[in-house]
Ligand binder design. Structure first.
Ligand code: FAD
Length: 400
């Protein structure tokens, strides 16, 4: 589906053997029930979500009206509905293939917000928040990064939590927090001034002393509302401390899994790049024939598809060990670094394949080009994830 003005109409569906890019028949690995659910998900995301997103991306606005649609596809409860890891991953991938910002919302929501409340929250916290989260009638945010601490956040985290009678007082600032201006609550990581341990608190966004300011003028993920947060003596009751998150290493499993989720996004953005590039190449005429007939154009299509399939195949293997409970941080880091490196290369090729039309978001590829930069940097930058792998294979840490 090409987003194009009337002068450039999509070509009639061509008779080609692999029109949907699933060259390796990955969906055969799902159970019949999940395969059916996946087919519907892909269809609805492509037909009813993807075409609506570019104007929101251009205006840096959040499409609240799409939340019920995402909820109806079960995308608010992937962590709690018993889906296989492979299904979850393929759902993240298809969400990214439709729109990378929305897939970021879906991924952070499931991997870090629902996952954290479900795995580390109290029974009361679960009862209060999970039903709304699962139906996307409530939104949460995950606040770890700070203005002065990004890559070194684990050791450097400066936001403080101080006991105050039967509650806690939070002081500090957070940066880049996804959905920070639209969430009902934020999961804030802060250092206990008494014992120095990093703990997580559920902070409702209407508490006095909490402010969230949208970060504007981003070059990617423009639909996602990222925010600078200030916690100026925000008071929360003891019941808002997550009982399972009283030391930072409790976040490690979640961060390992969310790192892997970005790999699925990277596979999805490359499939989107392939879809758009292929449609454009079939339709755009130069020298009296479609671009698709030129050897150099076919080589680029082949390379984008090869990168996408390599990323997808890596993620399928990762899902296998994740399902078996054997996923470790180094494997997630390797998958995240490798797939986002390939994604960056694929969207750059796609951008060039569209010529001048790759420069305007009217043809979608430019949107992917910006979004890929975020995938490369968040959930641990490319460099930091490479260094995590480097440490695992040499025993020598080059960064801490
Ligand atoms: C759009 C977007 C959404 C985000 N969403 C969230 C969110 O919802 N919640 C949240 O908590 N965070 C979020 N983040 C934060 C993200 O995880 C950080 O941006 C990321 O971890 C990098 O931190 P930094 O930006 O401070 O960069 P820095 O840590 O300052 O790094 C700058 C550069 O230096 C390099 N570098 C740093 N240390 C080393 C080293 N030891 N060796 C070699 N190179 C090094 C990095 O690789 C990078 O290239 C988001 C970021 C973006 C851009």
């Amino acid at each position: 589906m090409l987003h194009a003005p009337a002068t450039l109409r999509p070509a009639p569906a061509p008779e080609v053997p692999f029109p949907d890019a699933d060259l390796m028949h990955v969906t055969d690995l799902l159970s019949p029930a999940e395969r059916e659910r996946f087919a519907e998900l892909r269809e609805v995301l492509q037909r009813e979500v993807r075409p609506l997103t570019a104007p929101f991306w251009n205006r840096e606005e959040f499409p609240f009206e799409l939340l019920p649609k995402l909820a109806s596809l079960g995308l608010g409860q992937l962590q709690t509905d018993g889906s296989s890891r492979l299904f979850q991953g393929l759902a993240y991938m298809e969400a990214a293939r439709a729109d990378v910002s929305l897939s970021a919302l879906v991924g952070i929501h499931n991997e870090l917000v629902v996952g954290m409340v479900h795995d580390l929250g109290s029974e009361e916290q679960k009862r209060r928040w999970l039903p709304g989260l699962e139906s996307f009638t409530s939104l949460g945010a995950f606040a770890l990064t700070e203005p002065e601490h990004g890559s070194d956040i684990a050791g450097g985290l400066a936001t403080t939590a101080t006991r105050d009678g039967d509650g806690w007082l939070l002081h500090g600032a957070k940066r880049w927090i996804g959905a920070g201006t639209i969430a009902d609550f934020v999961l804030v990581w802060a250092r206990d001034t008494a014992d120095g341990a990093v703990k997580a608190f559920l902070v409702e966004t209407d508490r006095p002393g909490f402010t969230a300011t949208k970060i504007a003028n981003k070059i990617g993920l423009r639909i996602m509302q990222n925010a600078d947060l200030v916690l100026d003596g925000v008071r929360v009751p003891e019941a808002n401390l997550l009982p399972g998150a009283t030391a930072f290493d409790r976040a490690n499993d979640l961060l390992r899994d969310s790192r892997a989720w970005v790999g699925w996004q990277a596979a999805g953005i490359q499939l989107a790049a392939f879809d758009i590039a292929r449609a454009y190449a079939l339709e755009r005429m130069q020298f009296g024939r479609p671009l698709a007939g030129f050897q150099l154009v076919q080589q680029q299509l082949s390379e984008i598809l090869g990168n996408a399939q390599a990323s997808l195949s890596l993620m399928v293997e990762l899902a296998r060990i994740q399902e078996a409970g054997r996923l470790e941080m180094a494997q997630s880091a390797m998958a995240k670094a490798t797939t986002t490196r390939l994604a960056r290369s694929s969207v750059a090729m796609g951008r060039s394949l569209l010529g001048g039309n790759g420069i305007t978001t009217d043809y979608e590829m430019a949107k992917l080009f910006g979004d890929a930069e975020v995938l490369y940097t968040y959930e641990g930058t490319y460099e930091i994830n490479s260094l995590i792998v480097g440490r695992a294979v040499t025993g020598a840490s080059a960064f801490v």
